[in-house]
Design a protein around this ligand. Structure first.
Ligand code: TYM
Length: 352
């Protein structure tokens, strides 16, 4: 693969939970290392998306920490890897406004995340929550991005992005590159973890969704009330082991990868695969036929706490200066690319 752009963003409010890390940051890092020789890698901090909810005054500190997380996860920096803050590239907001005039109220109000976050359209909701996916479309379309490593909950936003881009192209002429369809996004994500099904035809591929440890029907989320539901990246590794040992499972007495009937067990298998960088199929075969859930929990607890211990050590060794230097270079590059695209959009619409 060459000449493609791989792009993602992760919001930075307070501490990161394991779902963001395993669903987006780690696959992005692995994909970047695998493909950055001949492709562009764009990693940005969506700080404008972050302010849809109150920021706790620590936004700058948190975004520096997030970039350290990429580095500690093993991201190798070279001239094709670009890291930047969304608000430092004003073309994102400008294109968002233009796309607001292309997207419809109907398609935007169908977004599940909007419905959840606005409690089904409560009128006290800020407009940013409604407009969130349109800014996300701008983040993607400004850079002609092809692959967008995100968790499954964001796939609907990627589909919306494709629809908006297609509508724009039909109306004003070929301007935007459409990001890959979500089925291909999922296959591409799989290729991050060694199971290189990318390019093969399978319609089974779906995105990653790390589950709440206590309610495995739900995705892991920072806002879960119980501390035992979620793992934070700065958690004490010993505490993490306890959380995993207390994870909810089921009473079926077999270890199988079946999110529908065994979401708790499947979640543990999924976490094990991602943390140990092992294809999920291999993890599934290792545990096939086993019946003791305690053994699986012990193994996953040990894998995650060992990973976190090393990870946290690496984070502590990275300086703020290193991060700001990377941002300075990334923002120079991003402004050049984004302004060029914005100008092409404005020309196509006869704004220029
Ligand atoms: P955010 O910050 O809400 O989520 C960041 C990423 O983490 C993934 N994620 C999960 N993945 C698996 N299991 C979970 N439990 C879990 N929880 C969160 C999300 O799917 C996401 O990939 N809107 C984006 C940020 C963004 C963006 C973009 C991404 C803004 N513009 C352009 C890509 C391209 C978001 O969801 O952030």
């Amino acid at each position: 693969m060459e000449g493609k752009t791989i792009l993602t963003g992760i919001r930075v409010n307070s501490e990161m939970q394991l779902g963001n890390f395993l669903g987006a940051l780690l696959p992005m890092t692995r994909l970047a290392n695998k493909y950055s020789k001949n492709n562009q890698i764009n990693i940005f901090i969506p700080d404008l998306h972050t302010i849809i909810s109150d920021v706790d005054g620590e936004l700058q500190k948190n975004l520096v920490k997030e970039i350290k997380y990429y580095l500690a996860a093993g991201l190798e920096i070279n001239e094709n890897v670009h890291i930047y803050r969304q608000s430092y590239v004003p073309a994102h907001s400008e294109l968002c406004w233009i796309l607001n005039c292309v997207a419809t109220m109907g398609e935007t109000s169908r977004m599940i995340q909007y419905k959840e976050k606005s409690h089904n359209g409560d009128l006290g909701t800020n407009v940013g929550i409604f407009d969130y996916p349109i800014l996300m479309a701008a983040d993607i379309l400004l850079y002609d991005a092809d692959y967008i490593p995100v968790g499954e909950d964001q796939f609907q936003h990627l589909e919306l992005t494709r629809n908006i881009a297609e509508r724009f192209n039909n109306k004003y002429g070929e301007t935007f590159v459409l990001p890959a369809k979500t089925i291909d996004q999922a296959k591409f994500m799989e290729s991050a973890n060694g199971s290189d099904s990318f390019g093969k035809t399978t319609d089974k591929a779906s995105g990653i969704r790390i589950r709440d440890l206590q309610n495995p029907e739900k995705k892991m989320s920072k806002s879960a009330e119980s501390e035992n539901s979620k793992i934070m990246m700065n958690d004490d590794p010993a505490k993490v082991s306890k959380k995993i040992m207390s994870a909810q499972t089921d009473s079926l007495g077999k270890i199988a990868f079946d999110f529908f009937n065994q979401p708790g067990i499947s979640n543990l298998l999924q976490i094990e695969a991602l943390v140990t960088n092992t294809p999920i199929q291999d993890v599934i075969s290792t545990w096939a036929g086993e019946t003791h859930y305690g053994d699986l929990k012990k193994k996953v607890a040990s894998s995650v706490s060992t990973y976190l211990e090393e990870f946290q050590k690496k984070v502590a060794e990275i300086s703020d200066e290193e991060v700001y230097k990377i941002l300075e270079e990334g923002e120079k590059y991003a402004n050049e690319v984004a302004n060029k695209k914005l100008f092409a959009v404005q020309k196509a619409m006869k704004l220029r």
